[in-house]
Design a protein around this ligand. Structure first.
Ligand code: SF4
Length: 356
């Protein structure tokens, strides 16, 4: 049995695999692991790399569970499997406990119950379910089954604009903040946005008036960033530009100079001029990497550094163990979505990809 205990042993085995192996790394994983990956990106970009790669025979996805699921769904469509002569591409997650608390805030029993209860108040035939990509495969499948769609933090506005050309209302899962921030940016009045609570739903009158019905999920990492701290930092350094992720609360997003996806934040920093000053409200592995990569800029965390604990589980030792599994053919960390779920989830993902 092959054992990999350090970077040299990892590189030796990795070289043997060559292009047959694709190692993907999300921007939020630790630096020592990202240095060992082939492609880096946000969750959707990485899944698209997985889907587009024609040469790889195996994928290790250094991220969290829903991302590996999305890569499996896109890389292992029946057409792609047929083209490979029946072969599936195994997708491995280095640490099987690296989930996403936000994705876990919407399970199918709860979503089905919500849909049933909504059906007693409004015509659900006229509601389009939209899910943030940070959701489980079965929530994506629910959306696909009902003509719905997936969105990312980078394209939420475009997706919601389209969704409202299809149906009168949207059920937005699972991130209330991305849903609310996007709806308000679109000019939807607050009284047409309602939050559905798992425990007691929402008042019938508010649901009848709503264009956007929000699920009550949130990202614990971005939810900890607060508007008051941002105001203190801005008072201390008024020239610093405050940039936050749209998973942050609305009062913080309102206060920021700009809000956007991880890719957007990286671009803002890459396009800055020497001496420019920033306060950044997003996951701290990324903020640290931006700070270290741009000593010509002043980059501050918004308050205490906030690492994503699940992303942090992607340690080099976990990646070594995943490569060992591939080498030994044991595949204990395989993430594989059954085709009856994957096909509907793929429909929702493809509905998004068609929108560009
Ligand atoms: S940063 Fe938030 S949304 Fe992203 S994986 Fe961690 S908990 Fe989930």
């Amino acid at each position: 049995m092959q054992k990999i205990t350090n970077v040299e042993e990892f590189q030796a085995v990795r070289e043997k695999w060559g292009e047959k192996l694709l190692i993907l790394g999300h921007y939020y994983i630790p630096d020592e692991t990202i240095a060992l990956t082939d492609r880096q990106g946000d969750s959707l970009a990485l899944s698209q790399f997985a889907a587009a790669d024609e040469t790889c025979e195996a994928i290790i996805f250094c991220g969290v569970h829903f991302m590996a699921e999305t890569a499996d769904i896109l890389a292992n469509s029946p057409e792609k499997i047929a083209k490979r002569g029946g072969k599936r591409i195994p997708v491995l997650l280095p640490d099987m406990t690296s989930g996403c608390p936000m994705a876990d805030m919407a399970n199918m029993a709860e979503v089905n119950e919500c849909w049933k209860q909504l059906g007693r108040i409004i015509d659900t035939e006229d509601v389009l379910p939209v899910t943030y990509v940070n959701s489980s495969a079965d929530v994506k499948a629910f959306c696909g089954q009902h003509g719905g769609v997936v969105c990312t933090s980078g394209n939420a506005r475009r997706v919601l604009d389209w969704a409202l050309t299809q149906k009168s209302r949207i059920l937005f899962l699972p991130d209330q903040h991305l849903g609310r921030n996007t709806a308000l940016e679109m000019g939807i009045p607050r009284e047409e946005i309602v939050m559905w609570k798992k425990a007691d739903g929402a008042p019938a009158e508010a649901v009848r008036n709503a264009k956007i019905i929000l699920w009550e999920g949130y990202c614990p990492v971005h939810n900890r960033m607060d508007a008051q701290k941002a105001a203190e930092l801005k008072t201390a350094d008024p020239d610093a530009k405050l940039i936050v992720h749209p998973e942050c609360e609305q009062d913080l997003v309102c206060q920021s100079e700009s809000a956007g996806s991880t890719a957007f934040i990286i671009k803002e920093i890459q396009n800055a001029q020497p001496g420019d000053r920033f306060i950044i409200g997003t996951e701290s592995h990324l903020v640290e990497r931006l700070k270290n990569g741009h000593p010509e800029l002043s980059i501050l965390h918004l308050g205490e550094p906030h690492p994503c604990e699940d992303m942090a589980k992607n340690l080099p030792s976990a990646l070594f163990a995943a490569l060992e599994q591939l080498e030994n053919g044991t595949l204990e960390n395989l993430v594989s979505v059954p085709e009856e779920i994957a096909s509907n989830a793929r429909t929702a993902l493809e509905n998004m990809l068609k929108l560009g």
